[in-house]
Design a protein around this ligand. Structure first.
Ligand code: SF4
Length: 355
């Protein structure tokens, strides 16, 4: 499965699910969005196995994206979940920071876990390279490519002109030609990065325009089994009611995907973005600290709910949502990379794509 197959449906509601298998990680990257360490939380396998066991040929996500913390600390669980998911018709991917790359060879249990999924992604950046040198990342990618597994690299830069991005993409292309697709994202002030990195708050707009949130499309299961509407780490920490979808110990995929698809609040966030939604349907003012803060701090008052439900249940809005979904699908993976990552490097997500 190529990276572009994943990104192409990344903004389609319920087309996939992201699952954080653990919050633990042996690395200590300075910007880690989950603030992970080896002492971080890890919950028993049962909640992951139970939830993926609810995937069925009739009701399943197309893709299950496994991450952490460091997902490959649980290689047996990855193999088990990938096998269960495949039986229902779901493809799987795993994202890793390659803590094992300092070993002369990939440990056997980790090799088996990598071979069990349909796509293997490596996450690296200037902070990660202080823990795992770029040469080790490239060597590990070489080995995984030799298994015949599809791979990609996820890079993070402080901004589009960060010299790290140009340097790392050049090195990857020099080593692998056009065989390895690359997704470039920008650093966000979450987790450990919050202490030393901030983003300029956009100037207040005279007229608040619609700015859809693509990240509210795939439910995200946290390391403890809580399932929320998106992967924003503040959402996982603060659990605002309107962004919580359920829990792996009690709910099925069918229930979670139906809740995500039917919530008027989530549908409005996907279609218009949180600031427009609050401005149009609530007496509350959009949060001046930004887009996601407005979403997290949204006050679902009775009036807000009434106005929103009336608007979102009209047949013309359903038609508009369906049209937007088709347009996004046709726009493809590069359009998704442009909207969520950096326009300058968006074509790199298609490297190695046949035809
Ligand atoms: S706007 Fe809301 S749903 Fe979208 S990523 Fe931010 S917090 Fe999540």
């Amino acid at each position: 499965m190529h990276l572009s197959d994943i990104l192409k449906i990344r903004s389609q509601p319920g087309a996939g699910i992201s699952i954080g298998l653990t919050r633990k990680c042996p690395l200590s990257c300075a910007h880690c969005s989950t603030n992970s360490s080896l002492q971080s939380e890890e919950y028993p396998e049962d909640r992951f196995v139970r939830f993926v066991g609810t995937f069925s040929p009739q009701h399943h996500p197309e893709i299950m994206a496994l991450s952490g913390g460091e997902a490959l600390l649980r290689p047996k669980l990855i193999m088990k979940l990938a096998k269960m998911a495949r039986r229902a018709g779901t493809s799987s991917s795993v994202l890793s920071g390659l803590f094992f790359a300092r070993h002369p060879t990939i440990p056997a249990n980790i090799e088996r876990a990598i071979r069990s999924v349909d796509h293997f992604s490596v996450s690296t950046d200037a902070y990660h390279e202080q823990e795992i040198h770029r040469d080790l990342v490239l060597k590990t990618l070489d080995t995984v490519l030799s298994y015949g597994t599809d791979v990609s690299v996820h890079l993070v830069g402080a901004n589009e002109d960060d010299p790290f991005i140009a340097d790392a993409t050049a090195d990857i292309q020099q080593r692998f030609g056009d065989d390895v697709p690359i997704l470039v994202n920008l650093l966000e002030p979450f987790g450990r990065a919050r202490k030393w990195f901030s983003k300029a708050v956009p100037e207040e707009q005279e007229q608040i325009k619609a700015s859809p949130c693509h990240m509210a499309a795939w439910p995200v299961m946290s390391y403890d089994g809580t399932i929320v509407a998106c992967g924003n780490d503040d959402v996982i920490e603060k659990l605002p009611d309107h962004l919580v979808l359920g829990h792996a110990m009690t709910d099925s995929w069918q229930t979670i995907s139906e809740r995500s698809a039917s919530s008027c609040t989530l549908r409005a966030i996907r279609l218009y973005g949180p600031e427009f939604t609050v401005n149009r349907f609530s007496s509350q003012k959009p949060d001046c600290t930004g887009y996601c803060d407005t979403c997290i701090n949204m006050q679902p008052t009775r009036d807000f709910g009434k106005n929103l439900n009336k608007h979102m249940t009209s047949p013309s809005i359903r038609l508009l949502e369906d049209t937007v979904a088709v347009l996004r699908l046709e726009a493809g993976a590069e359009a998704f990379a442009r909207s969520e990552g950096t326009a300058k490097f968006s074509d790199l997500v298609s490297l190695g794509r046949d035809g």
